[in-house]
Design a protein around this ligand. Sequence first.
Ligand code: NAD
Length: 258
Amino acid sequence: MFADLNHKTVLITGSTKGIGRAAAVAFAREGAIVGINSHQKDEAAKDLIAQLEAEGARFAYYERDLKKSGECEALVKAFVEQFGSLDVLVNNAGGLGVRKGLESLEDDDFNLVMDLNLRSVIMTTRFAMPHLKASAEERGETASVISTGSIAGREGGGLGASLYGGSKAMLHNLHRNWVKEFTKDNVRFNIVAPGTIDTAFHADKSPELMEKIASTIAMGRVGTSEEVAPSFLFLASHAASGYITGQVIDVNGGQMCP
Ligand code: NAD
């Protein structure tokens, strides 16, 4: 689909399940060299490793809990030591963390959600920047950072998800700032903001609630991870999106039209 992704080095955080997993498979099928990651080498991780091996992909798996800054640094270091460069960073690790109303929130809830959705992105990107800048200079084309935002970052999030929605809104805004700092270095920053996508993220919801949510979506159904993945490819490809930075692509079946 995007020929210039062949041989590119792409690190995707939180990529053994759901949206990240679909993105990892999609990049590998474009011929990219892919770093996959999760906080635990569980059955999902082993399953993806087996699939990528069977497909002949060039990849490595890194078990790192990105809620900790040192782990973010170690992830980037390990990937670059192994593959020699970093052309594209996909910050996808994230999650709801807690579902609690405002009056029940504790400090630990705040720390969990912010570490998971913001520290992970800020610190992984921080340690990736020298390599992304070097990639842009050596290749003479833009390097790319793509983070997974959320419809919740635009409209506030569901009941009990105020910290999550707030963290994603901040993520959207961090990108706007980094565009100002790093466009001179030929590094682009874009967000993929999914609506309701059928992943483990919604495991706490009943089938009835999922149907109710689907009925609020213009397309009348929730999305799949495979329907989100091509947007990452597009934003990673210099040939396809080299003049696009600081944008949010909403992949939500018309659930919200900002
Ligand atoms: P998921 O639970 O299916 O997958 C999350 C992945 O992240 C897994 O591979 C998991 O192992 C990994 N992960 C979790 N904590 C981690 C940590 N501390 N360090 C490293 N890896 C970690 O979820 P998903 O729905 O695919 O969500 C992926 C991203 O998409 C998240 O950022 C989420 O906020 C966002 N998102 C999801 C939806 C949705 O409806 N599913 C909507 C909007 C945004």
